[in-house]
Structures are given as structure tokens and as C-alpha cells.
Write a protein that binds this ligand. Structure first.
Ligand code: BGC
Length: 378
């Protein structure tokens, strides 16, 4: 027979053991059902056209790119130091914004109604957008300083829809951003890539942007987990577009919307300046990019866009001359031979409008000898 004291101790011991077993089981179960912090490799390399649509809800941690997160962790101290010392007038003594913006919902639908510009400005009047279309989170320091560069001509209705939707979209992502519209004067040919190069140069003159999103005005994102930031590899963002049945039309595509850091842009000498008219300039950039990097993409279910309707542009048949040269002009044609004049810079309420002039003949002449040489059979 055990005495009373011993019986009581045994009882306490058995109870404690039960509690330990039960809590270990609960912890293990919880861990199993909690999403892990691992990332499918394909996010970094390929679109995943077969990815199941994700149910709306806050952005799961697992969908932030692994590389992006690692980069942030590794560079966090450096990032803070740079922020403090780089340019004091831009730095506000605040806490960093959360890595996962808290109010994302997944699928979003744009209001496609064509409001007048003053109506759009009224809609957005309370969101503290600074003149020129610059916004940064009021209560925390953004992780990214992002310039959105839009080559523009004659797309007034699309612009109004774009601005009305994009400002709240970007604000939810808690990034420090500004929208730049780069427009050629009348009578000169439209050159999307050249306008991107100009936007890149001009934007950097006014603010220490880290990341550039090269964006067509007719593309509206459909999922707010498509974060407008720059990962370590250049990112093609418009992975699945309604006009292509939400499929990647071809592997190397880099058009529509793409994201690059300053370093990446400089490493490939920016875009080519030789593509006047529609087409080819993004394929040329894709060829440049893959000489140094891999193209990264979100899964198709996140990199979704709706294209606003417009009359199709006439393709530029000359584009093949340059495309056939591959990356032959890369080191001579781009940011290094960029020639243009700024006609005006107008700080509108919701965007910065940069009107520019350039001389097609001079731009073509700057590489003409090289083109002749490269075209000669060896
Ligand atoms: C053109 C690209 C364009 C793509 C998708 C290609 O043929 O060269 O500039 O982005 O088609 O429309």
C-alpha cells in the first residue's frame, strides 16, 4: 500500500505527463497546418499557368518570394543605414511597414467607368497624394521606393481609369511610389522603350528611387498580391492577361508590365532606343536581361491583368532588323546613347507629366555603322 503523500505525488506526476503529451500533440498539429515558409522554385523562374486560383484573403507568407524575403533580411541593416544616411530630407523617423501589407484581399476588380479627371482627383482627394502623384505610407517607412514609368500618347480615358484604380491599389501595398507619364511631342514617332529610358533618367533626378516598374497604361492588375517591387532578378509582372486567355504567350515575353532595379537597368544598358513604332522593344529587353539574369515571375494566378480595350497599333516592320542582331547593340545602344530634350515637366495632382522631344534620325545614326558591320556575313 502506498501512503497518501506518495499517491498524491504520483497523481500530480501523471497529470503533468498528460499535460505535456497533450500540449506537444497540439503544437505539432498546429505547426503542420500552418503554411511553411518555403517557396516553390518556379515562382522565381517561370509562370505557372496551371496554378489554381488562390482564394481571396490576406497574402500568405509563402507567396512572398523567397529571394525577396532573404534579400530583405540580409539587407535590412544596410537598408536602414542607407535610409538614415542617404538623403536625410526623405527620411522620416518611423517604424518599417510590415513585410506583408495587412489589408490585401487577393482578387480585385477595377471600376472601368470613365470618370472625368476632376472626378478621379476628387475620389482620391483624401489619400494624401502629393503633387506629381507621389505617395508614401503615412505611418510607417515603406520597404520599397518605386517609380512607375508609363509611356504615353493619346490614351486619356485609359489614363483616368488607370489612375483611379492604381493609386488605392499601390497604397494598399504600402510602397513609396510616384507615377510618371512620359509623352513624346506630336509629330515624332512613338518609341516605348526610349520613353522608358527617359523616364528612368528623369525620375532619378528628383528622388532616390530603387525600383522601376515599366508599365503600359492599358493594363490593370487583378490581384493585389502582385506586389509592385523589384526582386533580385528582373520581374515580368503581366504574366497572365485576359487578351491572351490568361496564359503566358511565350516564354521570353517581357512586355506589358516589368520591374527592374537601377542596377539591373544599368547592367543591360537600359532599353534599346531603336524601336520606333509598335513591337519588339520588349523582346529586345528580354534578350538583354537573360544575358545577366533570369526573368522572375509571380504565378499566373497572381500576375493577372485586364487589358483595357483600344484600337490595335500598327506593328513596326523594321523591328526585325534589330531583333535579328540579338544583343549585338546592347553595349552601344540604350542609356549610353540616350538623346532627348525635356520640353516640360508638369506636376499634376495624380502624376508627373514629362513631355519630351527626340530626333529619330540622330538616334538611328548613332548606331548605323555598327548595324552595318553586324549585318555583314562573316
Ligand atoms: C511583340 C512584342 C509584344 C508581343 C505581345 C510580339 O510579337 O514583338 O512587342 O509585346 O508580341 O503582344
Amino acid at each position: 500500500m502506498l501512503n497518501r503523500g506518495l499517491r498524491q505525488s504520483l497523481f500530480v506526476l501523471v497529470l503533468a505527463l498528460h499535460l505535456i503529451v497533450l500540449s506537444t500533440y497540439t503544437i505539432l498539429r498546429y505547426q503542420r497546418s500552418t503554411p511553411t515558409e518555403t517557396y516553390p522554385d518556379h515562382i522565381l523562374t517561370e509562370a505557372d499557368p496551371f496554378a489554381k486560383p488562390l482564394s481571396p484573403g490576406p497574402l500568405p507568407a509563402s507567396l512572398i518570394e523567397k529571394s525577396e524575403r532573404l534579400l530583405l533580411n540580409q539587407n535590412y541593416k544596410r537598408f536602414n543605414k542607407q535610409q538614415k544616411s542617404a538623403d536625410k530630407k526623405y527620411i522620416l523617423p518611423r517604424v518599417p511597414c510590415p513585410l506583408l501589407p495587412p489589408n490585401l484581399v487577393g482578387r480585385v476588380t477595377a471600376d472601368l467607368f470613365s470618370y472625368e479627371m476632376h472626378e478621379v482627383e476628387e475620389h482620391l482627394a483624401n489619400s494624401s497624394i502629393q503633387l506629381g502623384g507621389h505617395w508614401s505610407p503615412p505611418h510607417c517607412t515603406a520597404h520599397y521606393r518605386v517609380a512607375i514609368i508609363i509611356p504615353y500618347r493619346n490614351r486619356d480615358m485609359q489614363l483616368r481609369i488607370f489612375l483611379n484604380f492604381m493609386h488605392p491599389f499601390l497604397q494598399k501595398q504600402q510602397i513609396d511610389y510616384q507615377i510618371y507619364l512620359v509623352e513624346p511631342i506630336e509629330k515624332i514617332k512613338f518609341n516605348r522603350a526610349l520613353l522608358f529610358n527617359i523616364g528612368f533618367r528623369e525620375a532619378l533626378k528628383e528622388y532616390p528611387w530603387q525600383c522601376f516598374i515599366f508599365h503600359d497604361v492599358d493594363l490593370i492588375p487583378e490581384d493585389d498580391r502582385n506586389i509592385y517591387s523589384c526582386p533580385p532578378e528582373p520581374r515580368h509582372m503581366s504574366v497572365s492577361v485576359n487578351t491572351f486567355n490568361y496564359q503566358l504567350p511565350y516564354r521570353g515575353i517581357f512586355g506589358g508590365v516589368s520591374a527592374m532595379t537601377i542596377k539591373q537597368m544599368e547592367a543591360v544598358n537600359g532599353f534599346s532606343n531603336q524601336y520606333f513604332g509598335w513591337g519588339g522593344e520588349d523582346d529586345d529587353m528580354s534578350a538583354r536581361v537573360i544575358t545577366k539574369y533570369r526573368i522572375s515571375r509571380y504565378p499566373a494566378s497572381i500576375g493577372r491583368y485586364r487589358m483595357l480595350r483600344h484600337r490595335p497599333d500598327t506593328p513596326n516592320s523594321n523591328r526585325f532588323t534589330f531583333l535579328h542582331l540579338g544583343t549585338g547593340l546592347m553595349n552601344h545602344d540604350g542609356l549610353s546613347n540616350l538623346q532627348y530634350d525635356v520640353v516640360s515637366i508638369d506636376k499634376k495632382k495624380l502624376f508627373t507629366h514629362i513631355l519630351v522631344n527626340y530626333n529619330e534620325t540622330l538616334i538611328k545614326a548613332s548606331v548605323a555603322d555598327l548595324v552595318k558591320k553586324k549585318k555583314k556575313p562573316h
